[in-house]
Design a binder for this molecule. Structure first.
Ligand code: DQA
Length: 140
């Protein structure tokens, strides 16, 4: 099973950024533990701070990968382009957030991409990614 994890803006700063909200572990470090936890999954990881690059990546993998896990960061709340890209590809996408966006500022309560996703997982820290992987296992 091929799963790609796509992280959007500012998520390259995990471990350093607002650690009270996002934790002290970098994504690269967490990614290593995911590979150990799910040895039968073929993972790819991609991060960009640029909206168009995230859209290009969705187009590139969105017809061949078995599942996409996407944390679009702030673009979740603003990007019609990312929402349209998800609607246009055939690979199912699970939207993920580290923080519980519904317990935060009101502008984080809206996701433009959620309706085009298989589901949404938010608020479990980095474990949100592991839960998203589990949601694909058994489905694919
Ligand atoms: C986030 C939540 C977003 O509102 C925020 O802009 C992020 C991270 C999360 O994982 O909790 O960058 O997607």
């Amino acid at each position: 099973m091929k799963i790609i994890i796509i992280n959007g803006p500012n998520l390259n700063l995990l471990g350093k950024r607002e650690t009270a909200v996002y934790g002290k572990i970098s994504f690269e470090e967490y990614f290593e533990s995911l590979k150990t936890q799910f040895p039968h999954v073929a993972f790819e990881y991609y991060q960009s701070n640029v909206e168009g690059e995230l859209i290009n990546k969705l187009h590139e993998v969105g017809f061949t990968a078995d599942g996409i896990i996407m944390n679009a960061g702030a673009y979740t709340h603003t990007s019609i382009g990312i929402a349209d890209a998800i609607a246009g590809i055939s690979t199912p996408v699970v939207e993920v957030h580290i923080s519980n966006v519904y317990a935060r500022e009101e502008y984080r309560h809206q996701s433009l991409m959620a309706k085009n996703c298989l589901g949404v997982i938010a608020g479990f820290g980095l474990k949100s990614y592991a839960l998203a992987i589990q949601s694909f296992i058994g489905m694919i």
